[in-house]
Design a protein around this ligand. Structure first.
Ligand code: ZN
Length: 136
């Protein structure tokens, strides 16, 4: 794995949280994206090499809606940049990690993504991200 690509933060109100994070980070978000397949609306902030992703649920069945109902707003996942997501999934499965996604799927921000189950990674939801155009 190369670096922390982003940290995902579950929020109730994306517009209100965008204002808070703009003040906190001193930069404006650079994009807002609807990921209908996941039932989320996301915004992204760039800070140096890494990003912050804010996630708001768009449906009651969204994983973010369930997360907030259970734990409230807060850090939802840590995403690592990888060069070859298929190889990384295979490597992690061989190491005994449980994947939520056994093959990569299309995520936000032009990435191929796959999530690991938090029960095999110390309670932390881990996301793997590979650039689809292979440039940062
Ligand atoms: Zn993410």
């Amino acid at each position: 794995m190369n670096k922390i690509e982003h940290i995902g933060i579950a929020v109730k109100d994306l517009n209100a949280s965008n204002t808070v994070y703009e003040k906190l980070l001193g930069v404006a978000h650079y994009k807002i994206e609807d990921v209908a397949s996941e039932g989320v609306k996301t915004s992204f902030f760039r800070i140096g090499e890494s990003k912050i992703e804010l996630l708001q649920a768009t449906t009651p069945e969204s994983p973010i809606a369930k997360f907030i109902a259970k734990r409230g707003e807060g850090v939802h996942h840590v995403a690592f940049a990888v060069e070859d997501i298929e190889a990384e999934i295979k490597r992690l499965k061989n190491e005994g990690f449980e994947m939520i996604h056994h093959s990569p799927k299309q995520g936000a921000d032009g990435k191929l993504i796959a999530f690991l189950h938090p029960k095999s990674s110390g309670g932390v939801l881990v996301e793997l991200c590979q650039d689809m155009d292979n440039k940062e």
